[in-house]
Design a protein around this ligand. Structure first.
Ligand code: KG4
Length: 377
């Protein structure tokens, strides 16, 4: 079964054709990052206009890479930016009607959790990608610019949120810090690279700080038990990054010299920053990574899961991958990560998941965009 998947929930206009839920036949992503960069974040009106301009071209390119007529059209209908979701949804409805095939509505976060299962002909380990229905209970972790959520899947296609962020998503926390430190938008990849180079320099004794002061002790993002924002979820499975963000702001205010151009800059991971800035960046990343690793360990401890499915833009972070592989090893779970090219938003994850949800098509033509759609709804 070949499915065309369309994704326009945020700042990527994407379409792909996927066979039988896992094999990517074509995958086209147009990223709008350069359009939003001058504003330091995604501007919904600009996103929506760019989706309108690009969607036809992107879908045509995805379809032209497919050898036969598709059997269904799938589309992200939430969560995401309403004016952006509407563009993909309307295009998908029109295409499904014109091609006389079913339309399948897909949850964006659930789609991110499907990414560890997708591959294409350039991936050498294709034979080892298991069928998700044969895996038994698994834990999913979606970490992206808009979401940080832990999901229990007793069987594939059944989702229960067991933990999440109470405020910012991990990607948002990275992007806001990057802006605060004058590193630009988006910040995740830069912070990742600077932090890695800084950690290597610490290990080599090549930083101008005493060993016990090599990292700033930032708060680790654990919410207090009983706060109302938990809405019934256990604090040990949730994160809150607002305190961490405030701690960074206070640190920058206490050390205004950090942002002064008179500081001696060095090369950290290809970026020219001072050792002081690199120290703050690496410490901030470490706080986020340790919070995520700690909550994941607690989630795996609560229920025996055969695997951890990891997806979303932030799952590309090298330190998160390292920390979670250690946690999984400790807990006896298999770590299944999205391949780097499928960590950001894409249509392949939408088309792939649709194969497993192909019975959910009854009312898809009357679907509306659902900006706050929850996992499992
Ligand atoms: O999944 P995605 O493309 O969009 C959403 O669905 O939100 O994720 C984008 C987010 C941005 O916040 C970006 O800074 C972050 O992923 N990101 C990273 C890395 N690469 C991208 N965060 C940490 N480390 C990275 N290497």
């Amino acid at each position: 079964m070949d499915v065309l998947g369309i994704e326009t929930s945020c700042d990527e206009t994407a379409a792909a054709v996927v066979r039988d839920g896992r094999e990517v036949i074509s995958n086209v992503v147009y990223t709008q990052i350069p359009l939003h960069q001058p504003y330091g974040g995604v501007v919904p009106e600009i996103a929506s206009r760019a989706h309108v301009e690009k969607i036809g071209q992107v879908v045509r390119a995805a379809l032209s890479g497919a050898p036969r007529k598709v059997d269904a059209v799938a589309v992200t209908y939430g969560p995401g930016l309403s004016p952006a979701l509407i563009v993909g949804l309307n295009a998908a409805k029109g295409l499904a009607k014109a091609l006389r095939v079913p339309l399948i509505g897909i949850n964006h976060i659930e789609a991110h959790l499907h990414t560890p299962f997708i591959y294409d002909s350039t991936d050498d380990e294709t034979a080892h990608v298991p069928d998700p229905r044969e895996m038994g209970p698994v834990l999913g972790l979606a970490v992206s610019g808009g979401n940080t959520v832990w999901v229990d899947m007793p069987e594939y296609g059944r989702y229960e949120v067991v933990g999440e962020t109470l405020d910012d998503a991990a990607g948002e926390a990275f992007d806001k810090a990057s802006k605060m430190l004058g590193l630009g938008y988006p910040g995740g990849l830069k912070i990742d690279r600077i932090s890695k180079a800084y950690r290597d320099a610490v290990a080599a004794g090549a930083v101008p700080f005493p060993r016990d002061e090599a990292f700033v002790p930032f708060p680790k993002g654990r919410p207090r038990e009983g706060v109302s924002a938990l809405a019934g979820l256990p604090a040990e499975l949730c994160v809150s990054f607002s305190g961490l963000k405030t701690a960074l702001l206070r640190h920058v205010q206490r050390h205004p010299e950090l942002l002064e151009s008179t500081q001696t800059a060095c090369d950290f991971g290809g970026y020219s920053v001072s050792p002081d800035v690199a120290r703050v960046v690496a410490s901030y990343q470490e706080a986020i990574v340790m919070a995520i690793a700690d909550r994941t360990r607690s989630a795996l401890r609560r229920r025996r899961c055969s695997a951890l499915l990891l997806g979303g833009g932030v799952s590309l972070n090298s330190r998160i991958r390292e920390a979670l592989s250690r946690v999984c090893e400790e807990m006896g779970a298999r770590l299944m990560m999205a391949k780097p090219k499928y960590t950001g938003d894409n249509g392949a994850m939408v088309a792939g998941l649709a194969f497993y949800r192909r019975n959910h098509v009854e009312d898809a033509m009357s679907l509306d965009a659902s900006p706050s759609l929850r996992v499992g709804e």
